[in-house]
Design a protein around this ligand. Structure first.
Ligand code: PHE
Ligand code: ZN
Length: 880
């Protein structure tokens, strides 16, 4: 097949499958160069659909034989599909046997069956199963699987697939076999196999009903000492889903396997989750606190899919957020519940919102904007987006807000009563949550609420306060609007839950409540309050919107100091910083931070009652991409310069306070990745960075020396990496020897080398020095563009996460980008398409960047043999 010539798929065109596949027996003779796959299926016609030929999906397969009920049959190819016309007429089941081969060692796309470090792995979501055998590769076709694996016993001692191991034994020629039966019907995207030299950490657990389960975490020999945290996270996930939603593990055996070649984070294959090593392997010497918490949420996420995704799956890929939005919501709740304390829960919420606003809001405003339930796609792989995942989770969160936590749990119970074992749509989910809560605002507003699924774009809520001096009451004029997005010029009003409070000038909370905004404009009368009370709106980020309210500095300072809602306390600090940054960027690019702002930051840093983790969030300035989103025309270098200057001033003005904070937080005793001690490490790290930045302006060598010492002596990766990063970020001379030493220490730890590359690709630009450094690092013997983690660590850190260095007036960053997109596209289209999105927002760029970026995109688009993945991204970027 020629690459990338497929047509656009529309949600409105959905039709039920013309055949059902009841059982699948797969038999693999595993060989890296040529694996033989025998696929024996029982099919029957779907009586609800007009009589038609059977068209099976396939991709890069070699077809050897097709038998129907044991007899040879005629068939033809229609592009990549195998078409069978002479099938038995009636609705009786018939047997179809297909024999194909494929070449796992040559599979650089990492979709279907592939080889990584001499082991076999599969990745089938979304449409990888068709690269293993001919099949109806769509999620609404659910079958029972029996899988036999045969392979060389010495090279591949471990043979795994979904479900239960029912038989195993030796064969001739040093080969052996294993047979697995999955007791649950599933769509083919949840199929998996693994074969190789692996070892497992094992844990037996008893469920609440007393049933025993075996949990296993498989890794390469030598990595076992990095599996404890993943296993603990898995046990916590099992317990949490039982306790919070009454959902228990439905399998005797639950396996997690790590591979270092993986396109995404992890995959929820039934009973056999396959993970990127990044989200499994951790010990204190090699992994940071962030890694530990990511592992916890990704292990939880994949485990929770067992119910939300596997037991109830998607009817078609337009419904992707049915499983992803809901499961992200569940993993966010899981992490919050594990964090425990209210303040630690708030920290997690702030982190989640930060991701939404720095990644999803730009997506929603750019050429790839799409609804949580898209209406069309060219390549489904391009729709594993922050909109489907993170905005989808916010939509589920709003449902919980509208029905209450218990009401939401009732809704989940009804959802499983109605749909367990089915492939359904987002409508069915929303209906179940609403029907279980007939008294709720969700029930009342459901059709309008579902606009969150159908309309793209980030709504803006404008709020204006009118105080009546006579009554002491405030009326809020609220209005909502939503910008046009591709294919959606006009939008209808959304249902927007707005949690609010009134904070007195003395800091006491006067009132609080919840208003559900449904009209284009409404007024909200707030209760009587003493003069000077400040409205605290959209508490906890109760809806994924941009809130516009003309806060005065004084009001923001009041909220920063006193708001009982920690989210809005943090938000007040962000607003103070963004307002200052924007004024400078729109002005002459100069910025001098005022005393009230600096004093507010100082006082927050010194507050005895606040958690270190929360302080670290408040004292971290808004990201460059977040600042850029507030501008109509962006000069990324100017944004970078202003933010750097703000950071320098916060560093210098608060030097003594940073030194104090460093001393207060730096010693943690024995390493534990819990919220309190990781918060302390985070604040100590931020302090050290600021101290090194201040030292750079003053030329003082004391703090860089201390950072270098810390880098050498640290007893865990968080402290070591933070010290290294402080030196690199502040451009200290000691950064060079520290980087060299770090590489020497961890040359055999791939995940740590990823950090080493990422730190250098993402470092602040000084006179255009980053691009040449990145080019040089591509020549490093440890660099390998074929490994997605490594490609991401260097290339993406530069192109997607370092705007000040990437957007160069000489366009060299864009030339580098287009070369890499084209190079990667020939290897792995999914990774290439993600990189292609680095220039999504090119239209906002100031000249000469804008024209140069367009030229670079056009250069990629002009390449004749692009994949669908990259072609869709660049075509949409260039579309008017
Ligand atoms: N379904 C996976 C998840 O979110 C993501 C994924 C998609 C992984 C496609 C691989 C390929 O948990
Ligand atoms: Zn998922």
């Amino acid at each position: 097949m020629r690459e990338g010539q497929n047509a656009v798929i529309y949600r409105a065109d959905y039709q039920a499958p013309p055949f059902w596949i009841d059982t699948v027996e797969l038999c693999f003779d595993l060989d890296p160069a040529k694996t033989r796959v025998l696929n024996r299926m029982k099919l029957r016609r779907n009586p609800d659909v007009p009589h038609q030929p059977l068209k099976l999906d396939g991709d890069e397969l070699n077809l050897a034989r097709v038998l129907v009920n044991g007899q040879g049959t005629s068939f033809r190819m229609e592009g990549p599909r195998l078409v069978l016309e002479n099938l038995p007429e009636g609705n009786e089941p018939f047997e179809l046997e297909i024999f194909t081969t494929c070449a796992p060692a040559k599979n650089t796309k990492l979709m279907g069956l592939y080889v990584s470090n001499d082991s076999f792995f599969t990745q089938c979501e979304a449409e990888g199963f068709r690269r293993i055998t001919y099949f109806l590769d769509r999620p609404d076709v659910m079958a029972s699987y029996t899988v036999t694996l045969r392979a060389d016993k010495r090279k591949y001692p471990v043979l795994l697939s979904n479900g239960n191991l029912v038989d195993q034994g030796d064969l001739d020629d040093g080969r052996h076999f294993a047979r697995w039966v999955d007791p649950f019907r599933k769509p083919c995207y949840l199929f998996a196999l693994v074969a190789g030299q692996l070892v497992a950490r094992e844990q037996k657990i008893a469920a609440r009903n007393g049933r025993e389960h075996l949990l296993q975490v498989y890794v390469r020999p030598g990595d076992l000492d990095k599996t404890e945290h993943a296993m603990n996270s898995l046990m916590a996930s099992v317990a949490w889903d039982e306790a919070r939603f009454g959902l228990s593990l439905d399998l005797e055996r639950f396996m997690v396997v790590a591979t270092s070649d993986f396109n995404m984070g992890a995959m929820e294959n039934k009973g056999l989750n396959i993970f990127n090593t990044k989200y499994v392997l951790a010990n204190q010497a090699t992994a940071t606190d962030t890694d530990f918490s990511n592992i916890e949420s990704v292990v939880g996420h994949e485990y929770f899919h067992n119910w939300t995704g596997n037991r109830i799956t998607c009817r078609d890929w337009f419904q992707l957020s049915l499983k992803e939005g809901l499961t992200v919501f569940r993993d966010q709740e899981f992490s919050q519940d594990l964090a425990g304390e209210a303040s630690a829960r708030a920290v997690k919420r702030i982190e989640d919102v930060r991701v939404l606003r720095t990644a999803q809001f730009p997506e929603d405003a750019g050429p790839m904007a799409h609804p949580v339930r898209p209406d069309q796609y060219l390549e489904i792989n391009n729709f594993y987006t922050v909109t489907i995942y993170e905005k989808g989770a916010e939509v589920v969160r709003m449902m919980q807000t509208l029905v209450g936590r218990e009401g939401f749990e009732r809704g989940m119970t009804l959802y499983f009563q109605r749909h367990d074992g089915q492939a359904v749509t987002c409508d069915e989910f929303a209906q179940a949550i609403a029907d279980a809560n007939p008294q709720s605002r969700l029930y009342e507003l459901l059709p309008q609420f579902k606009r969150w699924y159908s309309q793209a774009g980030t709504p803006r809520v404008k709020a204006a306060a009118h105080w009546d001096a006579a009554t002491g009451r405030c009326e809020l004029a609220l209005s909502q609007s939503c910008p046009a997005t591709p294919g959606q010029p006009a939008k209808e009003p959304f249902v927007i839950p707005i949690a609010w409070g009134l904070v007195g000038a003395d800091g006491r909370e006067v009132a609080r409540g919840m208003h559900v905004l449904t009209q284009a404009s409404e007024t909200l009368a707030l209760p009587e309050a003493p003069a000077g009370a400040v409205p605290s709106l959209l508490r906890g980020f109760s809806a994924p919107v941009v809130l516009e309210f003309d806060y005065t500095d004084e009001q923001l300072l009041t909220l920063l100091e006193h708001d009982t809602d920690p989210f809005n306390r943090w938000e007040a600090g962000q607003r103070l910083a963004v307002n200052r940054a924007l004024a400078a960027i729109r002005g002459n690019g100069e910025i001098v931070l005022d005393t009230p702002f600096l004093e507010a930051m100082r006082s927050l840093l010194r507050q005895p009652a606040l958690d270190s983790a929360f302080k670290e969030l408040v004292l971290t300035l808004p990201a460059e991409t977040y600042i850029a989103e507030q501008l109509d025309v962006v000069d990324p270098q100017r944004v970078h310069a202003v933010r750097e200057s703000m950071r320098e001033q916060v560093a210098t003005a608060l030097q003594d306070d940073w030194a104090w904070a460093y001393e207060q937080n730096r010693d943690n005793g024995a390493y534990r990745p819990d919220p309190v001690s990781s918060g302390r490490r985070a604040l100590a790290g931020l302090a050290l960075t600021h101290l090194c930045i201040a030292a750079r302006s003053s030329g003082d060598g004391v703090w860089p020396g201390k950072a270098y010492q810390r880098f050498k002596d640290a007893s865990n990766m968080t402290d070591r990496f933070n010290a290294l990063s402080a030196l690199v970020v502040s451009g200290q001379d000691l950064a060079r020897p520290a980087l060299e030493k770090f590489h020497a220490m961890f040359k055999d730890e791939p995940l740590v080398l990823d950090k080493w590359f990422a730190l250098q690709g993402g470092a602040p630009d000084r006179g255009g020095n980053i691009l040449p450094a990145v080019r040089q690092l591509m020549q490093h013997p440890d660099f390998n563009i074929r490994n997605p983690n490594r490609a991401r660590s260097l290339i993406f850190s530069y192109c997607s996460a370092n705007p000040g260095a990437f957007h160069r007036a000489d366009a060299a960053g864009y030339v580098y980008w287009s070369d890499r997109v084209m190079e990667l596209d020939a290897i792995n289209p999914q990774v290439a398409a993600r990189l292609a999105r680095a220039l999504d927002r090119w239209r906002k760029l100031a000249e000469p960047m804008r024209g140069a970026a367009r030229e670079a995109i056009a250069r990629v688009a002009a390449k004749p043999d692009l994949s669908n993945d990259v072609r869709e991204v660049v075509t949409r970027a260039l579309a008017e």
